[in-house]
Design a protein around this ligand. Structure first.
Ligand SMILES: N[C@@H](CCC(=O)N[C@@H](CS)C(=O)NCC(=O)O)C(=O)O
Length: 219
C-alpha cells in the first residue's frame, strides 16, 4: 500500500523545504518507503474534503489504506514505529523511548518559540509593540538553543545513532535559517548540516523542490 501525503501546491517558502511535508518525506525516504503526493491549494485545504482528513485544514496529511493521519509528529512516529531505521529496536526499549522523547522535545519544547517568532514577523510586524516584543521572543529561542547545544555537545546525534528525534529536531532548527540565531551555535549548525547531508534528506528535499520548480527531482 503506497501512502499518500498532502503538500502545498504552492509552498510559501518557495521550495526551501520548511513546510512540514518535508519531515514526512524525509522519514519515508529514510525507511525506503515509496509514497505519492497529492498537492492542495490554500482554498482546497480549508474545504470539507480536506478537513475530513485534517480538522485544522493544514498539510501534511497521510493516508495509508483505511488509515488517515494528520500532524507531522504523529505521521513520522507512525512511519518510525512500522519500519526499521528511525528508532532503536524494541530490544533496546529504553533507547527507543528516549528517541521518542526527543521527537516530543523538538515539537513541544523547541518548536513553539521558533514558530511564535515566525508568526510575529508575519502578522504582527505593523503593531506598535512588535519591535519591543521581538527581542523577548528571540531570547526565549536562545534559551532553548543554549540548553540543546549543551546537551548535544560534541555528539553527532542527540542520543546514540540518528533517529526520528534527530529528524524532527533538525527540521525544527531549520526554521531558524536566515534569522541569525542558529549560527552562534557551532555544534547545532553542524548538527543541522549533518542531517541535511543524509542521502534520504537530499532525496526528500529534491522531491519537494521539484513541486516548486516544476522540474523533476535531481537528487
Ligand atoms: N502541528 C502541525 C502544523 C501543521 C502546519 O502548520 N502546516 C502548515 C504548513 S507547514 C499549514 O498547513 N499552513 C497553512 C494553514 O495553516 O492554513 C504539524 O506538525 O503537522
Amino acid at each position: 500500500m503506497i501512502p499518500i501525503l498532502t503538500a502545498f501546491e504552492q509552498s510559501p517558502d518557495r521550495g526551501r523545504g520548511l513546510a512540514r511535508d518535508m519531515r514526512v518525506r524525509w522519514a519515508l525516504e529514510e525507511v525506503g518507503q515509496p509514497y505519492d503526493v497529492r498537492l492542495v491549494s490554500f482554498t482546497e485545504m480549508k474545504e470539507a474534503a480536506h478537513r475530513a482528513l485534517h480538522p485544522f485544514g493544514q498539510i501534511p496529511t497521510y493516508e495509508e489504506g483505511d488509515l488517515a493521519l494528520f500532524e507531522s509528529g504523529a505521521i513520522v512516529f507512525h512511519i518510525a514505529a512500522r519500519h526499521a531505521g528511525l528508532l532503536p529496536p524494541h530490544s533496546d526499549a529504553n533507547a527507543r523511548a528516549r528517541a521518542i522523547a526527543w521527537m516530543f522535545a523538538a515539537l513541544s519544547t523547541v518548536e513553539p518559540p521558533i514558530v511564535e517568532r515566525e508568526q510575529a514577523s508575519h502578522v504582527e510586524r505593523d503593531k506598535p509593540w512588535h519591535d519591543e516584543r521581538l527581542p523577548l521572543l528571540e531570547d526565549r529561542i536562545r534559551g532553548r538553543l543554549d540548553e540543546l547545544s549543551r546537551r548535544l555537545g560534541d555528539a553527532d546525534w542527540l542520543d546514540g545513532g540518528f533517529s526520528a528525534g534527530d529528524l524532527m529536531m533538525v527540521m525544527v532548527l531549520r526554521r531558524l535559517e536566515g534569522s541569525g540565531l542558529l549560527e552562534k551555535y557551532r555544534n547545532l549548525s553542524a548538527y543541522v548540516a549533518r542531517g541535511q547531508a543524509r542521502p534520504a534528506y537530499k532525496r526528500a528535499f529534491a522531491a519537494q523542490l521539484a513541486v516548486f520548480t516544476g522540474k523533476p527531482p535531481t537528487a
